[in-house]
Design a protein around this ligand. Structure first.
Ligand code: NAD
Ligand code: TDX
Length: 342
């Protein structure tokens, strides 16, 4: 059997770690190398189950560090590179855009240059539906397709759009065999507690107020992280170089309805809900048209939201050791700054 080396950046974060578990389960003979800076969002404890495996290597480092990246390519010669490493939280990008530009754009550039120098079978950029901006609530007939113009709202989404354009420029200029996926909101285990679903679950467990931005009617298109990982696997293996693939499962939910579902699941009162000031530039609705990946690669999501969200809530209930450990002093400070007195 032909085995490959796959370099996964940002593999100590939410989606990257789930992808590493998925890949090692389904490609037991491949070598997986994880490069991660271990920012506040990266947690080595998440990778404990694979840390001692002989075909896994963890490297602590910054994707912006060109020499480190080149050295890593020189020694590992990866066939596949999947770039999950990013600053990923919209609220943090509103407070401080610079690190988003650095990691998401310059970091992507460093990886692309290494791919150019050493050659790879495939570079895959993990992007987001946020690059398309948002859709109005009163036009449920509209969806993001791969041809929807880029129209970003936050420094986060602008930095992701910038990196997407850079990837496409390397395809056109240097013939780099690269692909891009733009996925909707993910949920599942190991998501950092600053994000909507784990934040609401953990606050509810602690009987703390659940801060809902604005009127709570913003819509997100939720996808279980494992379905995202399967989609990336299919794109790596069978996707056409130079192409963009949207990933989403037609699973639109209003924020307030997700919060109520979580409270119901935990048997907690709706009086915990607290409406707070809206996020600046808050996108109203995201909705993906996934026809291309379905038609070309046969991908469809396998997890029903009702089942996936219940399992996810249960996971956070039974994994308090994991989230207690990572909710560090830095996070407490961030929480106070973002949510004020509540
Ligand atoms: P995350 O914040 O949970 O994890 C990011 C990881 O990248 C962390 O382990 C962090 O330590 C690492 N990292 C950050 N800066 C780095 C640097 N300079 N060098 C090396 N490592 C660095 O993010 P996530 O939610 O897992 O998202 C992963 C990717 O998927 C991101 O590119 C994000 O834009 C994209 N995405 C996320 C979602 C979602 O719903 N979470 C949806 C669509 C796309
Ligand atoms: O405290 C909160 N209260 C609240 O109402 C938080 C943290 C969020 N929200 C709302 C804002 C959004 O409408 O919930 C929704 C989801 O918020 P986030 O979890 O911050 O996700 P979002 O901004 O939609 O972006 C996510 O999906 C696309 C990821 O964080 C991005 O990395 C990804 O690209």
């Amino acid at each position: 059997m032909v085995t490959v080396t796959i370099l996964v950046t940002g593999g100590a974060g939410f989606i990257g770690s789930n992808f590493i578990f998925y890949w090692m389960e389904n490609h037991a003979d491949d070598r997986v190398v994880c490069l991660d800076k271990l920012t506040y969002a990266g947690n080595l404890s998440t990778l404990e189950p694979v840390m001692d495996k002989p075909n896994f290597r963890f490297v602590k480092g910054d994707i912006c560090d060109k020499n480190l990246v080149l050295d890593l390519f020189r020694t590992e010669r990866p066939e596949y590179v999947v770039n999950f490493a990013a600053e990923s939280h919209v609220d943090r990008s509103i407070d401080g855009p610079e690190v988003f530009l650095r990691t998401n754009i310059l970091g992507t550039a460093a990886l692309l240059d290494a791919c150019r120098e050493f050659g790879v079978g495939r570079y895959h950029q993990v992007s987001t539906d946020e690059v398309y901006g948002d859709l109005p609530l009163d036009r449920p007939d509209l969806f993001f397709t791969e041809d929807t113009p880029l129209h970003t709202s936050s420094p986060y989404s602008a930095s992701k759009a910038g990196s997407d354009l850079l990837v496409l420029s390397y395809v056109r200029t240097y013939g780099l065999p690269a692909t891009i996926s733009r996925c909707s909101n993910n949920y599942g285990p190991y998501q950092f507690p600053e994000k909507f679903i784990p934040l609401m679950v953990i606050n509810a467990l602690n009987n703390k107020p659940l801060p809902v931005y604005g009127d709570g009617l913003n819509v997100r298109d939720w996808l279980h992280v494992k379905d995202h990982c399967r989609a990336i696997e299919l794109i790596l293996r069978n996707g056409r170089a130079g192409e963009i693939y949207n990933i989403g499962g037609h699973n639109e939910k209003r924020n307030i309805d997700v919060v109520k579902l979580i409270l119901q699941e935990l048997n907690k009162p709706e009086s915990l809900i607290q409406y707070v000031a809206d996020r600046k530039g808050h996108d109203r609705r995201y909705a993906i048209d996934p026809q291309k990946i379905h038609r070309e690669l046969g991908w469809t999501p396998q997890t029903e939201f009702d089942d996936g969200i219940r399992r996810t809530v249960r996971w956070y209930v039974s994994s308090s050791d994991w989230w207690r450990e990572i909710v560090s002093g830095e996070y407490q400070e961030y929480y106070r700054k973002t949510y004020g007195g509540i």
